[in-house]
Design a protein around this ligand. Structure first.
Ligand code: SF4
Length: 444
């Protein structure tokens, strides 16, 4: 038996805004095909019987809500961040009880989403090691992929899996647990949601990767070129979860959902329309304005999209360089018009604006907030998170973190840490308040 674990999140804030351990569930599907028995422990499962009634499940609407959470001590690096630091996810006692009620796994695979969530993975490894000293422990996901040296040095895992491709990650398990029958793994397996008895939402993907290369973004590091899922399989998954488990809300995790829509998204949406099912779709990752034509916006509206987020290039020349010409203001205005014409409301749409990227002035972000407001759409200010290995992330980390290249602690990639830097805090707060005030005007 292989035990898969989605560890708790250690952070200043975390909400279940359609979070699913997509990679881990895809691994489950690939490993099951090879004949392995799989067990899952998901610390971020809000419907786990041990905590199910202790908090509001749908407090944020569309299947989203709060995680079970406990305040914990802040690490030294965060000592000047005036926010509560928390462990989000199921209590350790529930985890330990489950570990003691199961046979010793042949292997345990733990994955992490954000690099700065690694303390939760490390603590989980400690607990697993204490319960099953003989099981092989593997650590995968985004943290070891982007911070391999740190993971090798500090995690305590037997094997640090920093493969980009899921196929290669599966082959690491093939080596330690060989099977007589060994069908090749798909490079884009459909996630196995049967590991949950109940769920309020599901993540789906038609593609992985992005044709752009913004200098602050981890996607080009993680996916060297774009890959595509089988549209029929994704449709089958949505249809099954909708009909058999009553799941209504589906979030697309694609980074480039609107790229090559003729071959992927539109055939998928046609199937949805023909099937008569009425799921609610959400696009929490920013859609590329360039591809958001009237036809596409109409499709999104007719097929039940409820949440649309866009990305916008600032007027600042440095920002244009950073975004590699992803979108300009004319394309943005055209995309917003298409959404409005299709019937989308102010409450359904919004634009992410990144603040704090080195060299991008606060006045240019203010200009963007006002541009977005003039177009009649809400803005959401997000603090840039410096990701090691990206050009913009390295630029900031080299300048601000002494000894960055020798022994870097991924806690520095947490964007809340940067938001509270005294030299930028007031500017960021002013931008946030301006954005909130202008958004409120649109709601009137
Ligand atoms: S367009 Fe989005 S996903 Fe693609 S590289 Fe830029 S930020 Fe990353």
């Amino acid at each position: 038996m292989i035990l898969l674990i989605n560890p708790p999140a250690y952070d200043f804030k975390a909400f279940d805004t359609w979070l699913s351990p997509y990679g881990l569930l895809s691994m489950a599907s690939a490993l099951k095909k090879k004949g392995h028995e799989i067990k899952l422990f998901d610390f971020l499962d809000r419907l786990h019987p041990g905590i199910k009634n202790s908090f509001i499940l749908n407090s944020m609407g569309f299947g989203r809500g709060k995680f079970y959470q406990e305040e914990i001590d802040r690490p030294e690096i965060y000592k000047n961040v005036p926010r509560k630091y928390k462990k989000y996810g199921l209590p350790w006692e529930i985890f330990e009880r489950e570990l003691h009620s199961m046979p010793q796994p042949e292997a345990v695979l733990i994955t992490t989403l954000f690099t700065y969530w690694y303390p939760g993975a490390l603590k989980t490894i400690e607990k697993v090691r204490a319960a099953f000293p003989k099981s092989k422990i593997l650590l995968g996901g985004i943290y070891p992929l982007l911070c391999r040296d740190h993971a090798i040095k500090h995690s305590g895992a037997d094997i640090v899996v920093s493969e980009r491709s899921l196929k290669k990650a599966v082959s690491v398990i093939d080596e330690i647990l060989p099977r007589a029958e060994n069908p090749p793994a798909s490079d884009f397996p459909i996630p196995d949601y049967s590991l949950y008895d109940e769920q309020t939402h599901a993540a789906v993907m038609l593609s992985a990767g992005c044709p752009f290369a913004c200098s602050y973004c981890a996607t080009p590091l993680i996916e060297k070129k774009m890959r595509w899922a089988d549209t029929d399989e994704v449709f089958g998954l949505v249809s099954h979860l909708y009909k058999e488990k009553g799941v209504l809300d589906f979030a697309f995790y694609d980074d480039a959902l609107l790229y090559r829509t003729e071959e992927h998204l539109l055939p998928f949406l046609d199937k949805i329309l023909r099937s008569g099912i009425k799921p609610r779709f959400h696009a929490p990752n920013a859609l590329h304005c360039r591809y958001l034509t009237e036809e596409i916006a109409g499709y999104l509206y007719r097929t039940g999209f409820q949440t649309i987020r866009l990305g916008l290039e600032s007027a600042d020349p440095k920002m244009k360089e950073i975004l590699g010409g992803k979108v300009d203001e004319d394309e943005f205005a055209a995309a917003v018009n298409s959404l409005k014409k299709a019937g989308f409301t102010t409450g359904q749409t919004g634009v992410y604006l990144l603040a704090g990227i080195p060299g991008v002035s606060f006045s240019s972000i203010e200009h963007s907030i006002r541009t977005v407001h003039k177009a009649g759409i809400k803005s959401f200010i997000a603090q840039f998170s410096p990701i090691p290995g990206t050009a913009a992330g390295d630029e900031l980390l080299k300048e601000k973190i002494p000894g960055y290249s020798e022994d870097f602690d991924p806690l520095y990639t947490n964007n809340t840490y940067w938001w509270y830097k005294p030299e930028i805090y007031n500017e960021l707060e002013n931008l946030r308040l301006l954005s909130l005030r202008l958004n409120a005007e649109l709601e009137k």
